[in-house]
Design a protein around this ligand. Sequence first.
Ligand code: FE2
Length: 355
Amino acid sequence: MRRISIERLNEGMVLAKTIYSIDGNILLNAGIKLKESYINKFREIGIGEIYINDNISSDIVIEDVVSDETRFEARMAVKKAMDSVMSGNNMDAKPVRNIVSKIVEELLTVKDAVINLQDIKTLDNYTFAHSANVCVLATVTGISMGYDANKLKELSLGALLHDIGKTRIPNEILNKPGPLTDEEYEIIKRHTRYGYDMLKESVDISAYTSYIALTHHEKYNGEGYPLGLKGKAIHEFSRIVSVADVFDAMTSNRIYRKRLNISEVVEYLISLGHHHFDYDIVRKMVEHISVFPLGSYITLSTGETAIVVDNNKKYPNRPVVRIIKDPNGVVYRSFNEVDLASYNNITITDVLDDI
Ligand SMILES: [Fe+2]
C-alpha cells in the first residue's frame, strides 16, 4: 500500500483503503479499480490523496494505531458535540467520554505505537478528522509519558474537543482561502475562550480538560494566546495538544496549501522546541511518528529511488527501503532491500510525491 496524490491517479489503479463520507457511508470500497468519474469525485469533495496498491507496494501493510471504526466514531462524536453547541444546546459529554475511553483502551494495548498512516481528510470532515487525529497523537504521547488511564482520558477528551470553540467563529473566516486580516485573526483567537466557556459549564469535564481548549495556542516562550503563559505555567496537557495540533495541521492538505512531508514537519517541531513548544514533549511525540512513513518514495544519496518498506524503531531516520530505480531512472529488474540502519554511508536526500 502506498499514498498517492490525486493529480497522479490513473484509471485502473486499485484503492487500498475504504473511503467514507462524512456521515459514515462507504463512498468507495478498498479493492475497487479506479475510474475517471471516481477521481473527479475525489477532487469535488476535496480529497488530496488516497492509498493505492500496486505491484511495488502491495506487500507493504500500513496499519492505523486505532481501528477504522474507532477513528470514525471519534469524528462523529466531535461532529455531534459541535452540532449541539451550535444549535444552542448543552453538549452531552457521554458519547465523547465513551469514545475517548475506547481510544485510550485501544492505544494502551499497542506496544510502541508508531504512526505510519495518514488519515484521508475531505473538505467537509477536516475539523472532525483533525480533532480525532490530535486526540490519537496526544494520547500516544501521554502513554509514552507514563500517564495512567484516568489521566489519559482527561487529556484525550480535551484533545478531541480542543477546537470546539470554533463553532462560534464565522465559517467565512475559518475557511478563508487567503491570508487573514489582523481583525479576522483576532476573531479566530477567540475560539480558545469560547471553547473553555463551553466545556467548563459541563459537570462531567474536569478543569484541566477545559484548560486545553483555553490554552492550546499558548507558546512555550510566552508569545502565544490568549493568556501569554510561558513554559511550565502552561498545563502539560495543553503543551502536548499544541504540538499534536500543529503536527496534524502541517501534514494535512488544505484548500490554500499542500501538506508538508512528515520529515519536514518533524524537523520544524524539533527546531521550535523550547521556543514554541516544550522540547521534551516534542521528543516524546516524535518517537511515535514514522519520519519516513511506510510506502513513501525517497531518493538516496546513491541517486537511486526507493520505497520505504519497514521502520527501524531505534533509528527512525534510517528505514528499510526497497530500491526501485537506478540513478538514471531505469527500473531495476528485481528489487533489493536495504536496511539503512546498517549503511551509514547512504543518506536520504529527498522525499518524492510519486515516481
Ligand atoms: Fe485551536
